[in-house]
Ligand binder design. Structure first.
Ligand code: PSU
Ligand code: MN
Length: 299
């Protein structure tokens, strides 16, 4: 594992670091804007006072923090593979480039000693999982990885209620940020209530510290930060595009790890960029909040 010198220095000095995933760059956002957005996400972490550590695999080697050349490779490369935890060893053995999912990023970040992690949305239980068994490894990995993931909930391409039930079973704590409703990525409110919420980054850091003291530190936590109100997608457009996308995936017979990128791409094309704008707004806000939590946790 290669830790970028700036990240290594910050960790050694006990300063705030925020891990960032890279599948959102390679498979979650359209080109060519994805590279610019990846840089903006890192800037947002810096604006919040922390050091960004974007995680990806370069020539088979996990990198914790990317220089600009590596970031460009992940954003523009034609052979970058979406990697979850189970593929890390295979990719290392063959020496290929990979973009890490929430699961793989959380795993590598925790191994490097990073606790706070920002992304757009988590993977979860897919609609129809009763038949397909399609549930993201993000959930099971979070149940054994001591990170706090700042995200805007999960997309309604998933079964949100089932995802929340699984998070409960897996002992992953879910805390709202200034909300008592679990967010649905493009929409601030999924309709599902939350039992717990915090009002400040300091309070979120207090939960992390208490967790450390109580020895429950093998489990992940989710800090659910709703999309800013002025960036929400129009509900009617959202519902229509969602229904079309699910039908298109069914017709195309999309399976396995291609399902999420397929649906994201459908959303981006069918909303003519409105979903990308929403995605960017929420991920920048999450990066900023994660930095503030990391700063409070490091203090
Ligand atoms: N949800 C999003 N955008 C994304 C992803 C999920 O809104 O880019 C990516 C993340 O990297 C997440 C992964 O970890 O998809 C989940 O994929 P799967 O459902 O195949 O586990
Ligand atoms: Mn899946």
């Amino acid at each position: 594992m290669r830790v970028h010198p700036e990240v290594a220095d910050a960790l050694a000095a006990g300063r705030a670091v925020v891990a960032l995933e890279s599948t959102i760059i390679s498979h979650g956002l359209p080109r060519p804007d994805n590279l610019r957005i990846a840089r903006e996400i890192e800037e947002s972490v810096r604006a919040g006072g922390a050091v960004p550590a974007t995680v990806a695999i370069i020539d088979g080697e996990p990198h914790i923090g990317l220089d600009d050349e590596a970031l460009q490779r992940i954003a523009t490369g034609d052979t970058v593979i979406k990697v979850s935890v189970r593929e890390l060893a295979t990719l290392a053995a063959v020496g290929a480039d990979g973009a890490t999912t929430v699961a793989a990023t959380a795993h590598l970040a925790a191994a490097a000693g990073i606790t706070v992690f920002a992304t757009g949305g988590l993977g979860g239980v897919h609609r129809g999982a009763r038949d397909s068994y399609d549930e993201s490894a993000d959930l099971t990995v979070l149940s054994r990885t001591p990170v706090l993931v700042v995200c805007s909930g999960v997309k309604s391409i998933l079964d949100i209620g089932a995802t929340l039930e699984r998070l409960e079973t897996l002992s992953v704590g879910v805390i709202g940020y200034r909300t008592d409703r679990f967010p649905a990525f493009y929409l601030a409110d999924s309709g599902h209530p939350l039992d717990w919420w915090v009002q400040t980054p300091k309070q979120a850091a207090a939960v992390l510290r208490a967790r450390d003291r109580l020895g429950a530190d093998g489990y992940g936590l989710v800090l659910a930060n709703p999309i800013p109100a002025d960036a929400e997608l129009d509900r009617e457009l959202h519902d229509r595009v969602l229904a079309d996308g699910l039908a298109a995936a069914e017709v195309a017979g999309v399976r396995g790890k291609d399902v999420t990128p397929f649906l994201l791409d459908h959303f981006h094309r069918a909303t003519h960029g409105a979903s990308v704008a929403a995605n960017v707004a929420l991920v920048l806000a999450n990066a900023r909040l994660a930095a503030e939590v990391a700063v409070a946790y490091a203090a």
